[in-house]
Design a protein around this ligand. Structure first.
Ligand SMILES: [Zn+2]
Length: 368
């Protein structure tokens, strides 16, 4: 039994580490088509963008308002948590922290062996950090249970009619709270283009002009952006605590859905609706993976994905673009959540083991 007093819980969390938020964290839902042809255009596209759309480029020299909002959430949560932390610790760990509890937290937070310091003093600091991190999840979750996840900007899009009701039904209020999403914000008049780490947020009309001149820019357009991974970081790069975060959905202009196997058989108009709702489900799927998939669940998941390979055209492209053809288990999971909620029959028929896995691990996930 390791006693609580061995750890210095009274010290404030390292705010400096927290302020070191980096911009490369957002996880995106987009096609990363990088064929040889697209690759060749990439430099040209970026050059053109830097010459013509500099004012829409973030974060340099400005900080994207999206990033800023996420930062603000973290600052608020950090303050809130720091004020409460001593009380929380005495409530939760009154009798010390047993090695079983530490093992449990390590499993939950996906701590890798190489992240655990061997030096005793460093180890104690590390344990303090992960115990606090684990506690902060409860705080963030409790807060979300009292505040609804807001859905904004969907009013004028028929495809998103009653999106809030639909997502609540698909995820359940509880699971949605566990995702820690403060709001899902849709801007159909904004296009997010990212080329080699340069993030452009363009007005739709500007994007259309660009695409008319250079159609391959469509390969760098993203539909969704989530900051959920900021919470999952254990390397001091973002934050030592969990905080609510927003999801952004951008324009679906010009989407070609023809190569999506799972949409086949749906009436034309329904295809786009299912695809759009599915994009929100995909982003929420990232949070489930980041917060609710401990080491054991992940290793089973990886095994399953190794057997079946890519689940969708999107995850295949993502892998070829971002991970040099390697399977990306996170993206596959987000796509699995998309399919389980929006095309469950397709998932059951095409990937029965994946369907079964989600059904048993997250029975809350229902068809929309
Ligand atoms: Zn994704």
């Amino acid at each position: 039994m390791n006693e609580l007093t061995e750890f210095d819980f009274s010290k404030e969390i390292d705010q400096k580490a927290f302020l070191g938020i980096k911009e490369e964290f957002p996880v995106k839902a987009g096609d990363m088509v990088k064929s040889a042809e697209a690759q060749a255009w990439k430099e040209h596209l970026l050059k053109y963008a830097l010459e013509n759309y500099q004012e829409y480029l973030y974060p340099d020299p400005k900080i994207s308002p999206k990033t800023q909002e996420s930062r603000d959430n973290f600052v608020f949560a950090m303050k809130n948590f720091t004020e409460k932390q001593n009380q929380l610790i005495s409530d939760h760990y009154e009798h010390g922290v047993s090695s079983e509890m530490i093992d449990e937290i390590m499993e939950k937070l996906n701590v890798r062996d190489d992240q655990v310091p061997t030096d005793e003093e460093e180890l104690n600091k590390f344990i303090t950090r992960i115990v606090l991190k684990d506690l902060s999840y409860q705080v963030a979750f409790n807060e979300r249970e009292h505040k609804k996840t807001a859905f904004e900007g969907f009013e004028d899009d028929k495809d998103f009619r009653d999106v809030e009701g639909i997502i609540k039904k698909a995820f359940s209020g509880k699971l949605l709270s566990r995702c820690l999403t403060s709001r899902v914000s849709y801007n159909p008049n904004e296009v997010n283009v990212e080329i080699s780490g340069n993030d452009f947020y363009l007005p739709l009309e500007k994007y259309k002009d660009w695409k008319a001149k250079m159609p391959s820019v469509a390969d760098y357009k993203y539909r969704g952006e989530s900051f959920s991974s900021w919470n999952a970081d254990l390397d001091h790069r973002v934050s030592d605590i969990y905080a609510s975060y927003p999801i952004y959905i951008y324009s679906f202009e010009g989407e070609d859905l023809a190569h999506y196997e799972y949409l086949k058989g749906l009436p034309g108009k329904e295809k786009m609706r299912i695809y759009k709702i599915g994009t929100v489900c995909h982003e929420l799927g990232h949070s489930i993976y980041d917060y609710l998939m401990g080491r054991e669940k992940r290793s089973k998941w990886e095994e399953l994905i190794n057997m079946v390979g890519y689940l969708t055209h999107y995850s295949k492209n993502y892998a070829s673009g971002v991970c040099s053809e390697k399977l990306n288990y996170k993206e596959e999971f987000a796509e699995a959540v998309r399919l389980k909620t929006t095309r469950p029959d397709y998932l059951k028929k095409s990937f029965p083991d994946i369907f079964e896995y989600l059904d048993s691990e997250f029975p809350e996930l229902k068809a929309i």
